[in-house]
Ligand binder design. Structure first.
Ligand code: HEM
Length: 412
């Protein structure tokens, strides 16, 4: 572990940093852009050029198994065996050539025809959710909209029977929370691990059952598309539940948090909100600016496969490196006036969806969800504003990887 005299400390978990991390990222970027965090035990990159280079660096691995095990502390690794069994087939944790193979297959679930069929699912779900609150004069964006939206959309895309959908959502949330845990100080890691492990076993059983069913009777849903692709390639069906769960999980909390961040950004910048209302064709560039300005995935981890140097700092093999996607998106060397929220910003080469071989596979779906959700929201609730009588609550579960809100009350 490197030791530095007079090392600066930066508390990413301090309440003010959880509420607004960007001033802290700015300080880190200017004082120590390749920072070793002694307490967390990993490196943190905050400059765009370092983060982007790291995302393309073959000397860095995405295999984070050791990280999941480390964070268990004294807890027996057996407590996490179901979870580890399915992460062992998750493309986001793989390097080439295994990653290349898994990703190529998973892409079969994202055909142009499939993507087009999702549009009406998203529109209908958004309308249904807004119907339920339209006459109430207010809602919590999180519990009334951003949690249920991907929660209804993804199971429908996957063709999960209605009776299983509520369980699936609970399990997916239990699983995803363990990904955000590295370095968290006040986290109940044992409870998180047990819940994630139990959920992994339950979700695997359900998906396995659906795969069996779709192999016999294929439809147009994602599980059917992936089953056909596996059949054609002659691959082992045992890994298919992991592929499905990976897609389901990756698309759940990320979208929930992004929708809340989007509403927060627009309501906090009334001039930009007015601009969008006046000219709805700006929605595509507004979505990109939201992904830059306040992404729901501010960090992603890599592991050094060999000794290497970044920004003049020597990093030894096996070190964990947190790539600051959110910090990079606010780097003034890359973005003019990065703290300004400008829905017409162009170019906007943000790293909200990462870059390189792990570039978000669900980016098309995520963009579609955000575009339809925001357009519908502004059309149906034109007087949307923060609720002055209730406080917004930034996420407590977001330990580094995820950033959003636990509650975002609005009026209309
Ligand atoms: C809504 C906002 C979303 C954000 C901000 C986001 C962000 C990201 C990021 C940063 C990565 C790369 C991780 C890395 O570099 O290792 C990633 C990967 C991935 N995302 Fe997303 N994502 C979002 C939505 C979705 C959705 C809706 C889906 C699918 C339903 C999805 C599926 C995936 C998958 C499968 C990967 C792994 C790709 C690979 O390892 O090759 N994401 N996402």
């Amino acid at each position: 572990m490197p030791a530095f005299a007079n090392q600066q400390t930066y508390d990413l978990f301090a309440p003010e940093a959880l509420a607004n991390s960007y001033p802290l990222y700015k300080r880190m970027r200017s004082e120590d852009p390749v920072h070793y965090c002694e307490s967390a035990g990993y490196w943190i990159l905050t400059r765009y050029r370092d983060v982007e280079a790291a995302l393309h660096d073959e000397r860095l691995s995405s295999d984070r198994t050791a990280l999941y095990i480390n964070q268990l502390g004294s807890l027996d690794v057996k407590e996490l065996q179901n979870f580890l069994a399915f992460t062992s087939n998750m493309m986001v944790d793989k390097d080439p050539p295994e990653h290349t193979r898994l990703r190529k297959l998973a892409k079969q679930g994202f055909t142009t025809r499939a993507i087009e069929s999702w549009r009406s699912i998203i529109e209908n779900t958004t309308d249904r959710l807004l119907d339920q609150v339209q006459n109430h004069g207010g809602m919590d964006v999180v519990s009334d909209l951003s949690v249920p939206l991907p929660g209804f959309i993804l199971p429908e895309i996957f063709g999960v029977p209605e009776t299983d959908r509520v369980h699936l959502l609970e399990w997916a949330m239990d699983i995803v929370k363990i990904f955000g845990a590295p370095g968290g100080s006040n986290i109940e890691i044992e409870e998180l691990a047990r819940k994630a492990d139990k959920a992994a076993a339950q979700v695997s059983a359900l998906i396995r059952q659906l795969v069996e069913q779709r192999r016999r009777q294929p439809g147009t849903d994602m599980i059917s598309l992936l089953s056909v692709a596996y059949q054609e390639q002659g691959f082992n069906f045992e890994e298919l539940p992991s592929v499905c769960i990976q897609i389901l999980n990756a698309g759940m909390l990320t979208t929930t948090d992004l929708i809340a961040n989007a509403v927060n950004a627009l309501l906090s910048h009334p001039d930009q909100l007015q601009k969008l209302k006046k000219n709805p064709t700006l929605i595509n560039s507004a979505v990109e600016e939201i992904l830059r300005f306040d992404t729901s995935v501010p960090f992603f981890f890599r592991i050094a496969k060999q000794d290497l140097t970044i920004g003049g700092k020597e990093i030894v093999a096996g070190s964990v490196i947190a790539l600051g996607l959110g910090a990079a998106n606010h780097d003034p060397e890359k973005f003019e006036e990065p703290e300004v929220f400008d829905i017409t910003r162009t170019p906007n080469e943000h790293l909200g969806f990462s870059s390189g071989i792990h570039f978000c596979l669900g980016a098309v779906l995520a963009r579609m969800e955000l575009t339809i959700c925001l357009t519908t929201l502004l059309r149906r609730l034109p007087n949307l504003s923060f609720d002055p009588d209730q406080q917004a609550i930034p996420t407590k579960h977001s330990i580094l990887i995820f950033k959003g809100f636990d509650s975002l009350p609005v009026k209309f």
